[in-house]
Design a protein around this ligand. Structure first.
Ligand SMILES: [Zn+2]
Length: 589
């Protein structure tokens, strides 16, 4: 027989141990100044809340009011904030984390990529024909059909006659007789065009190959539609002209569609803030208007790009804005690039490429011009975000930064190096010493991994490529991201790449450089918040901060490695508002 008293004691004991097992709750007072009970607008309960805040690393429930975090604690503690109009979302054991902060990607570019045919998943030439046929049905005559992402090496064997790996355009042209078609290769360096596009671009059998480009031809000399490098320029130019000829209102519509699509794609992946690596002032005006109307889907931290130093000097102070439109738009960074990419031998290296020994790459801009931008950024309270991929490029940028940041040890400029993909060991400690942010994309390491050792040679690749473990050990702040649309905006994919460095074939790219799970989560949340001076508002689930939250179907800190790929984003909240929900998590009033 159970002793009723014993049950009560046991229950109390269990309740106490449960409470002490958790750390004390974090909350604002549960009554206001007039002793009225404070009620939450929304509560997420009965889950695992990973806060990325060391003062209370985990909780069961979180209460939200006026877009900010009101309290965190056990389910019972947070129950106290339930009022008549509180939305209570039962997480049912799911995991809530701070919303992912995308640290380097291209917001409008992502939207634009979503407006054209995504040919990445195609596995045969016929897949492409089917997609274009479908698109042609929905297009008005003369309208361009544009796609991107095909790669002939992903296609199985074919019975067709191939010219440099691709069939003649006949089949493509047959399904798109009234529309010009331009399909861009996954690398961006070639296009495949249909008959109408070739005709409009004036590419005929008699056309000669331009400098730096090749028109692929059949046995009769006729263009097959495959245009390599510079040979594709006349077609690309026509597409640009078609876009430029849109009316003001058509352009505005297109812009809003880009924002909407990029926002949806971000939210679907749990991304609540987005460091946009650059757009011009005209686009910033448009974004500002959307911020005024409350139409920005995620928080944007936009760097100014594609403007001359003269314009920057003139306009920087006018455009500087922080947390504009209820924290949805911040402009306080300038984006520049010192070099190109490793893939195209464009990254500026200290010593020559292993697979192209006649070059070490080149700077893309004069150091003097970059220094001028740095001065403008310094004078106007802007961050400078410089793309640097080669070890020489990184060294030059670091030297430049040091000449500004090193002047005053107290200076907190938080200038950033974007990508920082190849670092000489002597550069690594300088990030922490100078407070330079390493803006690195986890997923780049695993997608570039298969060919990086060819470019750099094995020893240099091991010593210098994507060395985020070395950076963290030296105390650097890493801000993670994807560089979308170059990669998918999937934060989870980049997170997994950061903690496994496992490539598509299952092997690891120098696994000694992995981040641990918490470091990777930090790099995607608080690390990126710090990288834009927003650590008091974003990046952790802390009372008073904005309620930007992603809900996952599993625990990214504890799942075994082989189960990480099963992680999915179930729900995304921005400012406490549910902006993406995959499944119907139980909602009660
Ligand atoms: Zn980029």
């Amino acid at each position: 027989m159970f002793n009723i008293r014993l049950i009560v004691i046991l229950t109390v004991f269990l309740a106490i141990t449960a409470l002490t097992a958790c750390q004390p709750a974090q909350q604002n007072a549960d009554v206001d100044d007039n002793d009225n009970a404070i009620t939450a607008d929304r509560i997420l309960t009965n889950g695992t809340i990973i806060t990325v805040d060391s003062s209370l690393p985990e909780a069961q429930s979180i209460a939200i009011k006026d877009g900010r975090i009101l309290a965190l604690g056990s389910a019972e503690e947070i129950d106290a904030f339930v009022g008549e109009s509180t939305d209570v979302i039962d997480l049912d054991g799911k995991v809530a984390i701070p919303g992912f902060i995308e640290g380097h990607a291209h917001f409008l570019g992502l939207g634009q990529a979503l407006m054209i045919l995504d040919l990445v998943p195609t596995r045969s030439f016929d897949d492409i024909i089917t997609m274009v046929e479908e698109a042609a049905k929905n297009a008005s005559p003369g309208e361009w059909i544009v796609g991107r992402g095909w790669h002939q090496e992903r296609w199985g064997s074919s019975n067709e006659l191939l010219y440099d790996g691709l069939p003649h355009h006949r089949k493509l042209s047959a399904v798109s007789p009234d529309n010009p078609v331009m399909l861009i290769h996954a690398s961006g360096h070639a296009v495949y065009a249909n008959e109408m596009a070739l005709a409009l671009a004036g590419i005929i059998a008699e056309s000669s190959d331009p400098d730096g480009g090749t028109i692929i031809r059949d046995e009769t000399g006729d263009a097959t539609g495959y245009l390599r490098q510079a040979a594709s320029n006349p077609v690309r130019k026509l597409v640009r002209e078609a876009l430029d000829s849109l009316s003001e209102s058509e352009q505005q519509q297109r812009f809003e569609r880009q924002v909407e699509l990029a926002g949806k794609e971000s939210l679907k992946h749990g991304v609540t803030s987005f460091h946009d690596m650059g757009t011009n002032l005209a686009n910033i005006d448009r974004l500002k208007k959307l911020a005024d109307e409350g139409q920005l889907p995620v928080r944007l931290h936009v760097a100014i790009r594609q403007e001359t130093n003269e314009t920057l000097r003139e306009k920087a102070s006018e455009y500087r804005m922080i947390g504009y439109g209820d924290g949805f738009l911040t402009v306080r960074a300038m984006k520049r690039a010192i070099d190109g990419a490793l893939g195209t031998h464009g990254a500026w290296l200290i010593s020559p490429y292993a697979d192209k020994t006649d070059t070490s790459g080149l700077p893309q801009t004069s150091l003097e011009n970059l220094r001028e931008t740095a001065q403008i950024a310094f004078d106007n309270g802007y961050q400078l975000n410089t793309h640097a991929i080669g070890d020489r490029g990184n060294r030059e940028v670091m030297n430049l930064y040091e000449s500004f940041m090193g002047k005053d040890p107290e200076s907190d400029l938080r200038w950033r190096i974007e990508h920082a993909q190849t670092l000489d060991p002597s550069e690594v400690p300088r990030f922490a010493e100078l407070g330079v942010i390493a803006s690195m994309q986890g997923v780049h390491a695993t997608s570039d991994g298969p060919w990086v050792p060819y470019r750099l040679g094995m020893v240099r690749a091991q010593q210098k490529a994507y060395v985020w473990r070395s950076l963290l050990d030296e105390g650097a702040t890493i801000c993670n991201g994807t560089d979308a649309p170059v990669e998918s905006i999937s934060a989870l994919e980049s997170y997994i790449a950061s903690v496994t460095r496992r490539m598509a074939d299952g092997t690891q790219f120098f696994p000694e450089q992995v981040m641990d799970r918490m470091e990777a989560l930090y790099s995607y949340t608080l690390g990126c918040a710090k990288a834009v001076f927003d650590e008091d508002e974003l990046g952790s689930l802390t009372v008073g901060k904005r309620a930007d939250i992603a809900v996952l179907n599993g625990n990214l800190l504890t799942l075994p490695e082989d189960e990480l790929t099963g992680l999915e984003v179930e729900m995304t909240l921005v400012g406490g508002e549910v902006r993406f929900a995959k499944t119907n998590l139980e909602m009660t009033n």
